[in-house]
Write a protein that binds this ligand. Structure first.
Ligand SMILES: [Cu+2]
Length: 530
C-alpha cells in the first residue's frame, strides 16, 4: 500500500527524469530490457500475493514464481535480479532454440482454488505427474506436475494457466517464454547498419554502455538483428473479481481440496476492469526500475530508452482478455513475427513481409515481435542544432551520409546516425543564441513554454543543446526543467493505449497502459539495470 502514490506521481516523474538526465556516471536510473530467468529446467510455483497499484490499492492476485533459486538470470548486465515465489507476470523463461525445456510446477494456491496448470502454446508439450484436466495436465493443491518440450524455433510466446482460465488468467497466472536463435546470422553479430558493421557496438563501447540484449538477433535470419530489446505484456484486472476471490478463499481457509464446498464460485462476468497494466504495473509504476523494492511481486518494468538509429526489438504479448491498441509514438513498428512465426515473403525467403503498424494491437493470447527505430529523418530540421557559423565545436560537427543517408562513418561521434539531409537546417526563424536563423518556425522563449517534466527545454539533442538553443553562456535552464552537468537532452514520446480509458488507473488519469519512451543523445549512457 502506498497511499501517497498518486500525489507523488508527478514528483516521481520529475525525480525519474532528474535521474535520467543526471550526471552520466549516475547509474540509478530506471530502464527496461527483457529480464528473466534461464533454464533449461525451471522450478515454478503458483502462489497468492498482493499487487501494488498506483492508486494505493493492494490487489489480491495469483502468480507464478520461482520454487527455489533459478539456474540463472538474464541479461547478464543486470545485477541484483531476483525471482520471488509469486510474481506478475510470471518469470520470463529464457531458453535457446533446440534446448529441451522442463518446467516443474507446484500448486501453492489455496486449497479452495483447486487445480492449476500451464499451457505453452506453440510447443509440443508432454506432461508427467498431476491429474488430467480439460486442456492440460494439472497440479492439485499442494501437488506438482511436469511439462517438457523442445524449444524448436526462436521467438516470443506466452504461457498461462490452462485451468479455469477466465478466473486464473485474470488473477495473474501468465508469463512469457523467449526462445533465442541457435544460429545467429553473422550479419547480426557485428550489429547494424550493414553499411557500417559493428558500429552500434562501437558506439556503446565508446560511451561506456553495457549490452543488455539477450541475443544479437530475434530469429535465424539476417534481417532480424537488433541493438536493444524490450518485453511488454499487456493485461487488465477487474478488482471486484479479485476481492470476491479473496473473500471466498478466506472463508474457505483450510478446507480439504476436493471436499464438498471446497471450491470458488467467483463470477467473471460482467467484466469491468479498472487496472490496465504493462508488465504487471500501471503508469507511473512501470517507469520505476526492474526489481524495484516497492513492487516485490511485480519485478518487471516498462520504460524504453534508445539512441537515434538503434534497431529496437519489441516483444509484445496480449495476456489479458481485452485487445489493447498500443501506440508507439515517433514511428511505426515493423512486425517481424506473430506467435514466433517469422513473416517472410512468399516469393523471396530473404525478405521479410511483416506489416508496419501504427498501433500494435495486442490480441489476447497473441505474441508479436517487431522492430522500432527513430532517426529524426523527415523532421526537415537539424535535431542536433548544428550551425556552420558557430564557435561551439559541438555545433559544427560534420555529417557524411552513408548509402542510406545517415552519418554512420564515425560511431564515436555525438551525432552518430544523424540524417544528413537535414544537417545545418535550423528549426527557428528567429532563434535565440547559437542556432542559425532561417528555419520554418519561431519558438517562444524557452522560459515561457518549457515548464514541465517531460520537456528538456531544448528542441535539440546533444551536449549543450539547451545552451545553444537559448543562447546563454552559462548552463542556465528554463524553470522547472531538469539540468545536469552532462547536458543530456532527450526527446520524450508517450507510448500508450489508444483506448483512452486504458490510460487511467481506477478511472483516474494519468495511469494504466502508458509509459514514456526516450530518445537519448548518444553521449548519454542508457543503463537498463535497475
Ligand atoms: Cu498515441
Amino acid at each position: 500500500m502506498r497511499p501517497t502514490k498518486m500525489k507523488s506521481a508527478f514528483l516521481k516523474t520529475r525525480l525519474l527524469l532528474a535521474a535520467m538526465v543526471a550526471v552520466a556516471s549516475l547509474t540509478a536510473t530506471a530502464h527496461a530490457a527483457a529480464p528473466g530467468i534461464t533454464g533449461p529446467t525451471f522450478n515454478l510455483t503458483a502462489q497468492p500475493a498482493f499487487l501494488n497499484q498506483p492508486d494505493g490499492s493492494s490487489v489480491y492476485s495469483w502468480g507464478y514464481g520461482c520454487n527455489g533459486a533459478p539456474s540463472g538470470f538474464a541479461p547478464a548486465a543486470i545485477t541484483g535480479a531476483s525471482c520471488p515465489s509469486m510474481q506478475v507476470p510470471g518469470p520470463t523463461l529464457i531458453v535457446t532454440e533446440g534446448q529441451t525445456v522442463t518446467v516443474n510446477l507446484t500448486n501453492g494456491l489455496p486449497s479452495s482454488a483447486g487445480n492449476t496448470s500451464i499451457l505453452f502454446p506453440g510447443f509440443n508439450v508432454t506432461s508427467s505427474g498431476g491429474t488430467t484436466g480439460l486442456l492440460a495436465q494439472e497440479a492439485a493443491p499442494g501437488g506438482s506436475v511436469t511439462y517438457t518440450f523442445v524449444a524448436g524455433s526462436p521467438g516470443t510466446r506466452a504461457y498461462y494457466s490452462g485451468t479455469q482460465g477466465d478466473l486464473q488468467v485474470e488473477m495473474g497466472l501468465y508469463g512469457a517464454v523467449i526462445v533465442l536463435p541457435a544460429h545467429v546470422p553473422a550479419a547480426c553479430s557485428t550489429g547494424l547498419p550493414t553499411t557500417n558493421p559493428g558500429a552500434n557496438l562501437t558506439a556503446e563501447a565508446h560511451w561506456g554502455e553495457a549490452d543488455y540484449r539477450l541475443s544479437a538477433a530475434a530469429y535465424d535470419h539476417p534481417k532480424t538483428c537488433y541493438d536493444r530489446e524490450y518485453l511488454f505484456q499487456f493485461s487488465e484486472m477487474d478488482a471486484n473479481i479479485h476481492a470476491q476471490a479473496l473473500a471466498q478463499v478466506t472463508a474457505l481457509s483450510g478446507c480439504i481440496a476436493g471436499a464438498a464446498g471446497c471450491s470458488l464460485t467467483v463470477p467473471t462476468e460482467p467484466y469491468h476492469p479498472g487496472y490496465f497494466m504493462i508488465n504487471g504495473r500501471s503508469m507511473p509504476d512501470d517507469m520505476d526500475g526492474n526489481y524495484a523494492v516497492e513492487y516485490p511481486h511485480q519485478p518487471y518494468n516498462g520504460n524504453p530508452h534508445m539512441h537515434p538509429g538503434e534497431q529496437v526489438l519489441l516483444r509484445i504479448i496480449g495476456q489479458g482478455r481485452w485487445q489493447h491498441p498500443f501506440h508507439e509514438h515517433a514511428n511505426h513498428v515493423r512486425i517481424l513475427a506473430r506467435d514466433a512465426n517469422l513473416i517472410v515473403s512468399a516469393t523471396d525467403p530473404n525478405s521479410l513481409a511483416g506489416p508496419a503498424l501504427f498501433t500494435t494491437t495486442t490480441t489476447p493470447g497473441l505474441a508479436m515481435d517487431g522492430i522500432f527505430y527513430y532517426t529524426g529523418r523527415g523532421l526537415n530540421w537539424d535535431m542536433y542544432a548544428h550551425n556552420p557559423t558557430s564557435t561551439d565545436p559541438l555545433a559544427t560537427l560534420g555529417c557524411t551520409p552513408d548509402a542510406n543517408g545517415y552519418n554512420t562513418g564515425a560511431p564515436t561521434a555525438v551525432n552518430y546516425f544523424e540524417w544528413c539531409q537535414d544537417h545545418n537546417k535550423p528549426l527557428q526563424v528567429a532563434p535565440f543564441g547559437d542556432v542559425a536563423a532561417g528555419g520554418p518556425v519561431t519558438l517562444p522563449d524557452a522560459n515561457i513554454f518549457t515548464n514541465g517534466n517531460w520537456y528538456s527545454g531544448s528542441p535539440y539533442l546533444g551536449p549543450n543543446a539547451t545552451t545553444r538553443a537559448t543562447g546563454t553562456t552559462s548552463d542556465f535552464l528554463p524553470s522547472n526543467t531538469q539540468g545536469n552537468p552532462a547536458n543530456e537532452r532527450g526527446f520524450a514520446f508517450m507510448w500508450h493505449s489508444h483506448n483512452e480509458r486504458e490510460i487511467t488507473t481506477n478511472n483516474l488519469f494519468p495511469g494504466g497502459m502508458m509509459m514514456m519512451m526516450l530518445i537519448d543523445s548518444r553521449e548519454f549512457v542508457i543503463d537498463e539495470q535497475n
